[in-house]
Design a protein around this ligand. Structure first.
Ligand SMILES: [Zn+2]
Length: 205
């Protein structure tokens, strides 16, 4: 990473214009904390590209936390590890998977801070189901073409055309059944994806 030349570094965050993400880096925030007095915890603003927000620190019974407010307020906790050569290493606890990570990202289409793995998993599962849907769409279109029809891209439901005069009823009914089975499968993939997405959002609150 780095060397893009466009990412400004200040207050421990960096926004990459390539990935259009807002990145929080642990090192910058820890530096800020170490320089502060325990009575006055640091706070500040985040301004980069399309993103602008605020952050601050707070202590509660479970220890130190950081709040970051960009589109929503995210609460980020910290983890510490103690390397055998001494000292202490700080990590963000990813708000979704709770693993210790050195960077958290906010993306334009995913307005909560998560680690790279969590963002990537959602992105990939969306991609996969989108591919499956596209494949099913293609198969539906192919069958419709056999009946001399086509799917109206602005209309979500398939309108099966009347039986072509030259086609046997048996064949026609078989194709109709195939099309409705494909439609049902497409619906199931869509619903499963919606469920996965709402589960992901629930976990990130
Ligand atoms: Zn994570």
């Amino acid at each position: 990473m780095g060397g893009l030349g466009s990412g400004r570094k200040r207050w421990g965050y960096r926004a990459s214009t390539v990935e259009e993400s807002l990145t929080l880096e642990i090192s910058g925030f820890v530096m800020k904390l170490l320089k502060s007095t325990p009575q006055i915890l640091p706070n500040g603003t985040l301004n980069q590209g399309d993103f602008s927000g605020e952050f601050g620190f707070h202590k509660d019974n479970d220890g130190l936390l950081m709040w970051v407010y960009v589109d929503y307020i995210d609460i980020i906790r910290f983890k510490q590890t103690y390397p055998h050569f001494g000292g202490v290493r700080w990590w963000f606890a990813c708000p979704s998977c709770h693993r210790g990570v050195s960077k958290l990202y906010l993306l334009p289409n995913a307005p909560h801070f998560h680690c790279r793995t969590c963002h990537h998993l959602t992105y990939r599962s969306c991609q996969e189901s989108r591919n499956v849907c596209a494949q099913l769409d293609r198969r539906i279109r192919r069958w419709l073409k056999k009946l001399g029809g086509r799917q109206n891209p602005l209309y979500p439901f398939v309108e099966v055309p009347d039986k072509p005069k030259w086609m046997r009823w048996e064949t026609y009914l078989q194709i109709c059944l195939t099309i409705s089975a494909l439609e049902l499968r497409r619906e199931q993939v869509f619903v499963a994806e919606a469920r996965k997405l709402s589960e992901f959002l629930r976990k990130s609150l």
